[in-house]
Write a protein that binds this ligand. Structure first.
Ligand SMILES: Cc1cc2nc3c(=O)[nH]c(=O)nc-3n(C[C@H](O)[C@H](O)[C@H](O)COP(=O)(O)O)c2cc1C
Length: 185
């Protein structure tokens, strides 16, 4: 798929078909996701691929009971091993770069899933320690996002988005009174 189409087609899919996703498709998604950037090439990002239905349910429960996330046959959990970030960049590495790095990797997973004709979502509302307990992550490994992946059973919603002239600034930032979000449709 060409890049513009992948970006335009991406949306957070919150309903999945029961149909399985072949391992080869997940492998291709991971191959692309491995191209993530990272601060100073420290590469704190790692991925936990979960297919076990019970584990997926436990993860969805840890994500404030967003049970739709367990409908998808595969979940990729992006995590950052903050030790690698901290070793090079100390507090900024541990508290900021490791999260940004993980988010970049997650975005690649989301786009690569679309490229495979699949749907995916980024689930960020979760209890860190509950996710750690399910996946046996040590404290230094921070969960960044749960990403259910499967054949999407819903269409792309037409979400209102800010227009370019609302959120693009040139040369300097200026107040535009957008703090309450975009006006209703
Ligand atoms: C940091 C972050 C956390 C998010 N957490 C959740 C979540 O817990 N559950 C969920 O269904 N969507 C979650 N989303 C998805 C957003 O709701 C979604 O990106 C937004 O509504 C725009 O929709 P779109 O991505 O389909 O364009 C999250 C997105 C981000 C960037």
């Amino acid at each position: 798929m060409d890049f513009e189409r992948v970006v335009e087609q991406r949306f957070m899919c919150r309903s999945y078909e029961a149909r399985d996703v072949p391992n080869e498709a997940i492998d291709r998604i991971l191959d692309l996701a491995l191209r993530f950037p990272s601060a100073g090439h420290t590469q704190p990002q790692e991925f936990v691929v979960v297919r076990d239905p019970e584990t997926r349910k436990r993860l969805a429960r840890a994500a404030v009971h967003q049970l739709y996330a367990a409908e998808a046959p595969v979940m990729i959990v992006v995590v950052s091993d903050t030790r690698r970030s901290k070793a090079r960049y100390h507090e900024r590495g541990e508290r900021f770069y490791s999260i940004v790095d993980g988010a970049f990797a997650a975005m690649l997973v989301l786009l690569a899933a679309v490229n495979e004709g699949l749907g995916a979502a980024f689930v960020g509302a979760f209890d860190d320690d509950a996710v750690r307990a399910v996946l046996e992550l040590p404290r230094v490994v921070r969960p960044i996002g749960l990403i259910p992946i499967g054949y999407c059973a819903e269409g792309r919603p037409n979400l209102r988005r800010f227009r370019k002239e609302q959120i693009v600034h040139y040369e300097r930032w200026e107040e535009r009174g957008l703090s309450d979000g975009p006006p209703p449709a």
